[in-house]
Design a binder for this molecule. Structure first.
Ligand code: CTP
Length: 403
């Protein structure tokens, strides 16, 4: 449809970037990026009219996002056609602007375009040897100033390398080391570092990326306290495992991976030092407060869990220890617990216990003639405990029994 529309408007339209790369790699990718040699915003509007959807336009950058009614997103960018007039009666030439557009990108593997206008549909446009690099499984920059222009690309290089099991090319690696020597990374703002770290933590294997960062001295370049010690690697290994386990449960409550992994990355840092990290990574006040709270809750729960014995301690006790803690913290506790029975019971809590609800509420108590007051909270929490420990069912007629 996009190709036909391009044809109607007389503009060449290309699919570009990760979408094309992933076609060649045979990997699924639903994020379509288009570049239009014409007016990208107008194109996006017509496209949304045709297929049904909304448009968010950024006039300053001449880009737009189309959100189709079925939820899919298409990003549209403009590659302006530039006309160069030669002096003295020579004809005006039209410079291929898709080439300029692709040249601004990070790596060859992301600088591929696919023509989609009818008649040329499916033709690959590869100015920089991307197809060869994909075949050789290499991450390579397009020019030597790439990392100077944007040091976050160092983290992107690592992310793509680990994700696809590629290798960063020799010259590209020299440029990375050069950029690190110039301390470009230490000067990078916390917001941008954190943004890239978050992408890394959404990867299948974040630890592989973190270890590569450590190998290149990037963790310390971000902050000396972040050096990836053996202890931290060990905990992060467990965190990846529990995180994968949790993903397989397909619960409606998804976690925020960075909250989990930053706990592992900062393990062992004393309370009075931790703010150096939250400030370096430019946490908002609220993020910082929540993160510090989470660490305190975990410390507290670790102590309490030491005294918890399967068979001897009540399940409702475990429930009351875990209940106030956000899921990221509970997964961290699971990863930290050496005792198999604790891990098993925490997993029980996450997959089942925490969803238990009692069907009795304040109205029921009032109907029974109990005077409203703080006693209500006590009765209801006793009932919850009783149910967790298997001493009561959830039905109202059991209320009397539990009382
Ligand atoms: N890009 C860049 N420099 C950056 C970030 C992005 O050159 N610092 C370019 C890349 O060429 C990329 C495109 O912008 O192809 C879109 O960025 P993004 O959506 O982050 O990249 P994808 O390749 O789609 O990555 P992912 O598969 O992780 O979504």
């Amino acid at each position: 449809a996009a190709g036909d529309l391009g044809q109607e408007l007389g503009w060449e339209v290309y699919a570009v970037g990760g979408f094309v790369r992933d076609i060649l790699l045979g990997r699924p990718n639903l994020d379509l990026d288009l570049v239009v040699e014409g007016d990208g915003i107008l194109f996006a509007r017509k496209f949304a009219e045709k297929l049904g959807g909304r448009v968010k336009a950024h006039t300053k950058f001449k880009t737009a996002v189309v959100i189709l009614d079925d939820g899919r997103r298409v990003d549209v960018a403009t590659a302006r056609l530039e006309y160069y007039e030669y002096p003295a009666a020579l004809p005006t030439v039209e410079l291929s602007s898709i080439k300029m557009d692709l040249y601004r990108r990070d790596f060859t593997v992301n600088a591929l375009a696919l023509r989609i206008n009818p008649g040329r549909f499916g033709q690959l446009v590869d100015f920089f040897g991307a197809e060869r690099d994909i075949r050789n499984r290499t991450i390579r920059v397009l020019h030597s100033l790439s990392f100077v222009e944007d040091p976050t690309r160092i983290l992107r290089a690592i992310r793509f390398e680990r994700r696809f099991d590629f290798q960063i090319g020799g010259q590209t690696m020299r440029l990375i080391k050069n950029a690190l020597n110039l301390e470009l990374f230490s000067k990078l703002s916390g917001t941008r570092v954190m943004h890239e770290l978050q992408w890394i933590m959404n990867e299948e294997d974040p630890l592989a990326c973190l270890m590569r960062m450590e190998e290149l001295g990037i963790m310390e370049a971000i902050h000396p306290l972040l050096k990836l010690s053996r202890d931290r690697v060990q905990v992060l290994t467990e965190l990846v495992k529990v995180h994968n386990w949790y993903k397989l449960l397909y619960l409606e409550h998804e976690i925020t991976p960075w909250k989990l992994y930053v706990l592992g990355m900062t393990m062992g840092i004393k309370r009075d030092q931790i703010q150096k990290i939250t400030q370096r990574l430019h946490f908002t006040r609220r993020e910082e407060r929540e993160f510090l709270q989470l660490r305190d809750m975990i410390g507290d729960a670790l102590m309490k869990l030491m005294g918890w014995r399967e068979g001897r301690s009540k399940l409702s006790r475990l429930y009351s220890i875990l209940h106030p803690i956000p899921v990221e913290g509970i997964l961290f506790l699971m990863a930290r617990s050496r005792k198999e029975h604790i891990r098993r019971n925490i997993s029980q809590y996450l997959s089942r216990l925490r969803y238990l609800t009692i069907e009795v509420n304040g109205n029921d108590l009032e109907e029974m003639g109990i005077e409203p007051g703080p006693i209500y909270t006590r009765i209801l929490s006793r009932l919850t405990d009783a149910m967790i420990d298997g001493r009561a069912t959830t039905r109202k007629k059991q209320l009397k029994l539990a009382q």
